[in-house]
Design a protein around this ligand. Structure first.
Ligand code: GLO
Ligand code: MG
Length: 343
């Protein structure tokens, strides 16, 4: 399969049982080893990890046990010729993170969060990646008066600094999202994420991950969010998917809702040689209606969609586009793009 120099990843949570807030699982759990085999078969190169995807129950393990289990996972990846793209501390399920993690009002909860994130750094080191994703799931409020938002922002900065200090080789990517699970999150856009990183003790080690659906939920265009980060040299990872309007976070297959929006994401990535910068990560979910044996097609579709759109992007007549820009004939430009997309 021609991959144009790109490498692809997804997370084990992208092959899932189909539970939603209103109904139980509808598919059996797929063992991790099987997920790795699917990853490989579909032409992916790397796995994304939550800390406990790599080391289950890590809250109950010693540092030595964590290192040992992470080592076993690394060996499994090596056996398949795969790598770990990043490790993300799962700071949203434990009882200590009910009121948030780094911004919880209870100092003991904040201490738990830092400690847990340090364990995730240890795991990343063993898995052979220098990248940590911070999806700040519960750093926000349901009720504005519940927390001091100024203090909360400072607490997020202190947490980033604590992690940068903990490992001098670590790079952190912040994954912004405006809502869900919280009503309103403190780091809703890439602008917020990068501003925080630039105030940190080592701005050169803090970048961003843009998820298409999160940008849409913020009322923004994912391609423009990516362009902003690319312009600052800060787009170090992406979570490509799609989203039908301002609803719950849908994680639909990339390009399945809005083909032109997907095209523009691929266009800015490809025009900026993203294949030399980072991996093409997906964060997609199979529809709940999908039978168990057919529940990996969203991954196949998303990867193939990306590659098809690379072809479309590269087939565009650049000189013609420049002429149309000079002539300010954006209607003709629109037609050129639409025709390219219709094939
Ligand atoms: C949820 C997020 C989530 C993160 C993942 C990695 O909305 O997109 O899936 O990307 O936990 O941190
Ligand atoms: Mg994501």
């Amino acid at each position: 399969m021609e991959k144009y120099g790109y490498k692809f990843s997804f997370g084990p949570w992208n092959i899932h049982e189909g539970a939603d807030p209103f109904g139980p699982p509808v598919r059996p759990s797929v063992p991790f080893a099987e997920k790795l085999a699917i990853l490989k078969d579909l032409g992916f190169d790397a796995m994304q990890f939550h800390d406990d995807d790599a080391v289950p129950e890590l809250d109950n393990l010693s540092a030595a046990q964590i290192r040992q289990q992470a080592g076993a996972m690394k060996a499994l990846l090596d056996d398949h010729g795969l790598t770990a793209e990043f490790v993300a501390p799962r700071l949203w399920e434990h009882p200590m993170t009910i009121d948030g993690a780094f911004t919880a009002n209870d100092p003991a909860a904040r201490a738990y969060a830092i400690d847990r994130a340090r364990k995730a750094v240890d795991i990343a080191r063993v898995l052979g990646t220098d990248l940590m994703v911070l999806w700040l799931a519960r750093e926000g409020t349901y009720l504005r008066e519940a927390k001091d938002a100024v203090r909360a922002t400072q607490q997020l900065l202190e947490a980033v600094n604590a992690l940068l200090d903990y490992d001098p080789d670590l790079r952190i990517v912040i994954e912004p999202k405006p809502n869900e699970p919280m009503d309103l999150a403190y780091i809703p856009t890439i602008g917020h994420a990068l501003a925080l990183g630039m105030q940190s003790n080592d701005p050169s080690r803090v970048g961003g991950l843009i998820e298409s659906a999160h940008a849409v939920l913020a009322g923004l265009d994912p391609a423009d969010e990516m362009s902003f980060a690319l312009a600052l040299g800060k787009l170090w990872s992406v979570h490509l998917n799609d989203q039908n309007g301002l609803k719950y976070d849908q994680d639909r297959s990339f390009g399945s809702v809005n083909l032109r929006r997907a095209f523009n994401q691929v266009r800015v990535l490809d025009e900026n040689r993203y294949w030399e910068i980072g991996l093409v990560g997906l964060d997609v979910k199979a529809l709940r209606t999908q039978p168990p044996e057919l529940a990996a097609k969203h991954l196949r579709n998303s990867l193939q969609m990306f590659l098809r759109l690379v072809e479309v992007v590269r087939s565009l007549d650049r000189q013609r586009i420049d002429e149309l820009r000079v002539a300010r004939d954006y209607e003709e430009l629109d037609w050129l793009v639409v025709q390219a997309l219709m094939g």
